[in-house]
Design a protein around this ligand. Sequence first.
Ligand code: FNR
Length: 173
Amino acid sequence: MNILAISGSLRTASLNTKLVYALKEAAPPEFNLSVFEGIGNLPHFNPDLDGDEPLGTVQVWRKALQAADGIILCTPEYANGVPGVLKNALDWIVSSGEFVDKPTAVISASPLATGAEKAHDSLLLTLRMMTASIVGSSRIGSVNKKLDADGVWIDEELRSELSGLIGSLSINK
Ligand code: FNR
């Protein structure tokens, strides 16, 4: 099963990006997990640009989603919401529908104990509107204490929980 994981942060030292790469080590062996890094290259969503011949970067994003059997989105929280870059990437998918019935898992991660709960809930709201098949979600607080500086798992319990979350992407809901 091909799983595509996307971090909602563009920051070089992003904890969410570190986490999506660490998911490769948490995935059960039958899952091939790759990370999509291109959402920062997408233009600002504008329906006027969403014609018969979509822009190259948008096509790349849509094709990557189409090729995946399951999706994992991992978001930080900015000002009680989903970072604009991630919401922008999702807005490009409303008309093309790649999330329709797509097995999708949501993770939010923050150095704070709250685990980016408002961004978490907001992301679920958007994905449900897009009729994604939400298989599960995980809200991770104090994420800076759960992976070391090199992105190696410190918290084995969390690694096991996320392994289960990845596994649930193969269950057709
Ligand atoms: C934040 N952060 C933050 N955290 C939170 O729990 N709720 C919030 O509303 C915000 N708002 C916010 C705004 C801005 C402009 C910044 C820069 C940061 C903290 C944020 O969760 C923290 O920096 C994370 O580490 C960001 O995720 P990455 O980049 O490490 O993945």
